[in-house]
Write a protein that binds this ligand. Structure first.
Ligand code: ZN
Length: 393
């Protein structure tokens, strides 16, 4: 269990004990129970802000780790491509090499055959020395015929030796070409080895970066879980407050009409109902009164008055939500709420007559500018205040 969860768990146990009225300091009033829940909400909001900062930090870390892992993966893929290309080149060179070897072998066979024939001819000429070349020569009738025949015999030998010389030269050229290919092949093999080393280095680096990424992602997920838990816990506390606020007192209904809560200020900057807040659909449980009066004096610091006679059941100096706010119980399940006050002029238990200043209009809590958030609740249900109050009354 994280420190955060332990802290919150303890806090909420305390808060719920208060809410249930089971703390041994005696029975708590509804007001005290609401205060306990509000304290819990304030604590949750503090933790929430801390977590938001941590989450933003982790998000940067995740991004950095992701980038690092991606970079290694890309480089690895590039080297892999190069390796494939080198392998293809090696295969081509090997084919070239075996083709050259085949040609060399063929040339060698030609040479061997030619040489064998030549040897055969020489042997037979030697064997038939007198009977063959000599007798051929001696068989000549004229000297000129003799010369031609002698020349023919030697030219046959010459052709054989020329042919063999040619084959030797051809073979030598082929051997040279083969050696060049072998050298290229060797270079390619070396390239391949270097790339393979680089590949395994990058693969190791990628694995390491990916491990880091997984780690920060796990941390991120855990923090996000804590964050979601906080939101859930806050909602729970808000529900407790709503339930407490819905509890009816045994005050008899005061009746009468409901007065406009900020005399002289008629502008409703945000009415009751659904609206968009920070891009999210949001239900507005009251109406906001803001702006300036006819003399051009701004609403901040002006009196918020009791819309009807009743007893103050809540006077809470909150820093979130409604901020500093007052709830007046008019009996019969009717309550009015005055939110975002800069100052509160009444105390819990006070009886206030209709029109009594209960606080100064301000901008505390979840507020973007000075305004009075005014609610009317009947049996805990928030109703549209404009159905019960109108400016000038
Ligand atoms: Zn409001």
């Amino acid at each position: 269990m994280s420190i955060l969860k332990r802290t919150l768990a303890l806090l909420l146990v305390v808060a719920s004990l208060f809410a249930l009225g089971t703390v041994s300091t005696g029975a708590l009033t509804v007001e005290e129970q609401i205060q306990a829940a509000n304290v819990a909400i304030a604590e949750i909001n503090k933790k929430k802000a801390e977590l938001e900062a941590q989450l933003a930090e982790i998000e940067d870390e995740v991004e950095a780790a992701q980038y690092k892992a991606n970079t290694y993966a890309q480089r690895r893929a590039l080297v892999e491509e190069e390796l494939e290309l080198t392998n293809t080149k090696i295969e081509l060179k090997q084919t070239e090499l075996s083709e050259k070897q085949m040609l060399i072998d063929e040339t060698q066979r030609n040479y061997d055959e030619t040489y064998a024939l030549f040897k055969e001819r020489l042997v037979s000429m030697y064997k038939n020395n007198t009977a063959s070349s000599l007798s051929v020569l001696l068989g000549c009738d004229t000297f000129s015929e003799f010369l031609v025949t002698a020349d023919n015999i030697s030219s046959i030998a010459q052709r054989d030796t020329d042919m063999m010389d040619q084959l030797i030269q051809q073979k030598q050229e082929l051997e040279e070409a083969k050696a060049a290919i072998s050298e290229e092949l060797e270079q390619l093999e070396q390239d391949k080895q270097e790339r393979e080393e680089l590949y395994s280095q990058l693969a190791a680096l990628y694995q390491e970066a990916n491990g880091e990424l997984t780690e920060v992602q796990a941390e991120q997920a855990a923090k996000q879980e804590d964050y979601d838990e906080l939101l859930r816990l806050r909602e729970e506390q808000e529900k407790i407050i709503d339930a407490l606020m819905a509890e009816n007192s045994d005050i008899d209904y005061v009746g009468g009409y409901y007065a406009w809560p900020v005399p002289g200020y008629s502008w409703i900057s945000s009415p009751y109902g659904w609206r968009t807040l920070f891009g999210q659909p949001n239900f507005h449980g009251g109406m906001d009164i803001a702006g300036s009066n006819a003399a051009g004096v701004g609403i901040r610091g002006q009196n918020a008055i009791a819309s009807n006679t009743g007893q103050v059941t809540t006077a809470y100096y909150g820093t979130t939500g409604y901020g500093h706010y007052v709830i007046i119980d008019h009996g019969g399940g009717y309550k009015t709420l005055y939110g975002h006050l800069d100052a509160i002029y009444v105390q819990v238990g006070d009886w206030v007559a209709q029109g009594t200043p209960i606080g100064a209009v301000g901008s505390t809590g979840n507020s973007t500018g000075p305004h009075l958030h005014f609610e009317i609740r009947i049996n805990g249900e928030k109703i549209d205040p404009e159905t019960m109050v109108s400016y000038g009354t």
